[in-house]
Design a protein around this ligand. Structure first.
Ligand code: SAH
Length: 359
């Protein structure tokens, strides 16, 4: 028997193709998108504007299956974290951050991460697999349902576990659903892909979507970035910034957000702030300083408030827009870089770091 097609993982184009192949009219796609994503319905029987025969056919060949919440935590500051069960072996985490007038969902793209950024706890867990498009959009589905009547989900950032641009196709499909008026209808500028700088995929993304782009820069020289974000050895800063400029060729995209984690004594000096200004000259940008969030066995420390203030002052004086990310949800380990879930590691990295700790 063929596996049932999970309709949650299809964007409008995918659904149109699915229905055409079933011998149905393509407009069924928008009807079903609305049922699933606007009304939260996962049972075909309840999709009452479909004919009885079609509903029956759908129960035979398709399903609407979302990840299951195994734990919900709510922080003192109102941040939610959900642990989602995927396949009996792996779990991912999704975070919702309510703020004045908006609510941001932080979505994961992979089980663990294949990159080895030295200051990130997801990296220490190793990597198992890419999430399917259904598992990515499923996080939005589950959150929207859990938040119903409590808070509004207005923004999505692909800043959870994993590197979204190493799971390109599934990420783009899920982005399409987020911004589709028949699904979540989020404004493109309110949907952000964050990348450690996978240059060829950034260029491809420029061709395929208009969503906002955030780049995890974290250092102003290649020597330091090689250490903090090792993918820099493959795609160094100059190539990364060229890809940023290319992304901004389309005028609909106004600026790039550069994320910069503040690590005490590592990347937070006034001189490094000046270097950063120089680097970003001519690129419409916003710099988001992220105070480092600690996790067990890390060698890094968060910069002092003074250092962050000084650093941000230099950027502002140079005319850059600089914001400091408020740490949210750290009492429930929901802050940036603290997401871990449960990763059945295939890279043996967990073993390696256990060894290193034991020595
Ligand atoms: N792989 C993507 C998506 C992860 S986004 C990327 O690298 O952009 C998560 C953001 O939080 C990234 O900017 C990441 O560098 C940052 N981050 C990771 N660990 C952190 C930590 N311990 N404290 C603060 N920020 C961290």
């Amino acid at each position: 028997m063929q596996a049932k097609q999970n309709l949650l993982g299809l964007d409008r184009e995918g659904l149109e193709k699915f229905f055409t192949e079933l011998g149905e009219k393509p407009f069924r796609a928008t009807q079903v998108l609305k049922w699933m994503h606007q009304f939260g319905v996962d049972d075909f029987e309840q999709m009452t504007n479909l004919s009885k025969a079609l509903r029956l056919r759908l129960t035979e060949v398709a399903e609407v299956r979302f990840p299951e919440i195994v734990m919900e935590q709510k922080s003192e500051d109102g941040t939610y974290k959900w642990v989602l069960e995927l396949d009996g072996q792996n779990r991912i985490e999704t975070v919702f951050i309510p703020e004045e007038g908006r609510g941001t969902l932080c979505v994961s793209s992979q089980v663990g991460c294949a990159l080895e950024c030295s200051f990130c706890s997801t990296a220490q867990q190793g990597f198992n697999r890419n999430l399917t498009s259904a598992e990515i959009i499923g996080q939005v589905w589950v959150a929207a349902k859990a938040l119903e009547g409590k808070a509004n989900l207005t923004n999505v950032v692909m800043m959870g576990m994993g590197e979204p641009l190493l799971n390109f196709k599934n990420t783009v499909t899920a982005l399409n659903v987020m911004i589709d008026d028949f699904a979540y209808g989020l404004a493109k500028r309110r949907v952000t892909v964050s990348t450690s700088g996978i240059v060829p995929a950034m260029n491809r993304l420029a061709e395929e979507t208009d969503v906002s782009l955030a780049v995890s820069l974290h250092a102003s020289t290649d020597a330091l970035r090689d250490e903090l974000v090792p993918i820099n050895k493959k795609y160094p800063i100059s190539e990364l910034l060229d890809a940023c400029k290319y992304y901004l060729k389309n005028e609909k995209r106004k600026k790039i957000t550069f994320e910069y984690v503040m690590l005490n004594g590592v990347n937070d000096s006034v001189e490094q702030a000046h270097q950063l200004c120089k680097l970003l000259e001519g690129i419409p940008s916003k710099v988001n300083l992220i105070p480092f969030n600690s996790f067990p066995d890390t060698r890094f420390k968060r910069s002092s408030n003074n250092a962050i203030h000084r650093f941000s002052g230099v950027l502002k004086e140079a005319g850059l827009i600089a914001t400091t990310r408020k740490t949210r949800g750290d009492d429930i380990d929901a802050a940036c870089g603290q997401l871990v879930g449960r990763v059945k590691d295939k890279t043996k990295r967990q073993l390696k770091s256990q060894h290193a700790r034991a020595l």
